[in-house]
Design a binder for this molecule. Structure first.
Ligand code: KIV
Ligand code: ZN
Length: 389
């Protein structure tokens, strides 16, 4: 049986590495330890804790996270040279389950930067992956910008990395260029063509420049990838990385057409999303899937009425599944009478039909003046109503 025949998908979180690379998202040492603990607790399989050669601070964070990890495998990033790989190993070796992740850009544009020809690069990949594997029995290798690398060269270098001992091959869509159909085909092609591909796990690592990171990651899984690389809230360079909460909830909600499982405790999603937003200083957009303030909020009368009768009319997931206590029926100018009655009941006011009619008119007048109506506004409205009665 090959990896592609199993239904289990490994979740590799890179909030602390690729996420932190987002300009302005730097986290302190203690914040990184806190986020790593939350990731470990929620069932993330592999935590990419940092880039140990990048700074002493990154080295210290990866070392400490390695020492403290409970269940997750701890991974550090290294470029394709011995110095980076040695430094990475020094940091991750404390983990009960360490991983070295080494990479090099393989597309024509990226090959031009170190000025290596195809053969020289192939040799570099062979040497560095062999070196990493001599230090650690779990090695991930990534051909950066894989989705813009010539197919025959990609097959060649993936084969070299597998032969040199890589246990996971990650296929990054570094610039968010690929589309879902290509993403699935690329992984399928590699599994079918590269000798030894059935012995390792393929990972997908997508960026969101065209807003397709989640779709591309799920398509890659269809194609046979069994590790998804992602970040909390989709934090990451430029438009970000695949959002963990999106791929995990998509697999949970649409198991009918994507029969894959993860080990993530989804009820912990909301809490970690809020912590990452706070420590990174990157607020979550209101309409962000799964974790946005409005993801489980309804204002329009038709929606609120439907929700009060049966939550499934306008929600495909239960708020409790992502760690929220309840759906938020926001009171505003689009709200209807049923929602107003329900909200006032919640606040302790029982209204007859005539009184509701009257209060509803005044509520609409207020809602035309005010964007959002809070509980206190409704209580004040009821006090006025009582005073005028
Ligand atoms: O996007 C990318 O290519 C990366 C690699 C380092 C895996 O983050
Ligand atoms: Zn990346």
């Amino acid at each position: 049986m090959t990896q592609a025949d199993t239904s289990r998908v490994w979740i590799f979180d890179t909030t602390l590495r690729d996420g932190e690379q987002s300009p302005g998202a730097t986290m302190t040492h203690s914040e990184k330890l806190e986020i790593a603990e939350l990731l470990d607790d929620m069932g993330v399989d592999i935590i990419e804790a940092g880039f140990p050669i990048a700074s002493d601070g990154d080295f210290a964070a990866v070392s400490e996270i390695s020492k403290r990890s409970k269940n997750a495998r701890i991974c550090g990033l290294a470029r394709a040279n011995f110095k980076d790989i040695d430094r990475c190993w020094e940091a991750v070796k404390h983990a009960s389950k360490p991983r070295i992740h080494t990479f090099i850009g393989t597309s024509p544009l990226h090959r031009a930067i170190p000025n290596l020809n195809k053969d020289e690069m192939a040799e570099r990949i062979h040497e560095t992956v062999t070196h990493a594997r001599n230090l650690c029995n779990n090695v991930q290798w990534s051909p950066m910008d894989a989705t813009r690398t010539e197919e025959d060269y990609l097959c060649r270098v993936v084969e070299i990395a597998i032969k040199a001992g890589a246990t996971t091959i990650n296929i990054p869509d570094t610039v968010g260029y690929t589309a879902p159909v290509e993403s699935a085909d690329l992984i399928r092609m590699l599994i079918n063509k590269v000798p030894g591909a059935d012995q390792i796990i393929f990972a997908t690592h997508c960026h969101n420049d065209l807003g397709m990171a989640t779709a591309n990651s799920l398509a890659a899984v269809e194609g046979g990838a069994r590790q998804i690389e992602c970040t909390i809230n989709g934090l990451g360079e430029r438009a970000g990385n695949t959002a963990l909460e999106e791929v995990v909830m998509a697999l949970k909600v649409r198991g009918d057409i994507m029969p894959f499982t993860t080990d993530i405790d989804t009820t912990k999603i909301m809490n970690i999303s809020r912590r990452v937003a706070t420590v990174s200083g990157f607020p979550v957009q209101f309409n962000k899937a799964i974790v946005g303030k409005n993801a489980f909020a309804h204002e329009s009368g038709i929606h609120q009425d439907g929700m009060l009768k049966n939550a499934e009319t306008f929600e495909i997931m239960r708020p409790e599944d992502v760690g929220l206590s309840e759906t938020n029926l926001v009171m505003g100018k689009h709200s209807g009478r049923a929602a107003l009655r329900s909200k006032l009941n919640e606040l302790g006011f029982e209204l007859g039909d005539n009184q509701l009619k009257d209060v509803f008119v005044r509520f609409k007048e207020l809602a035309d003046r005010k964007k959002e109506i809070y509980d206190d506004d409704l209580i004040a409205l009821m006090r006025d109503e009582d005073a005028n009665a």
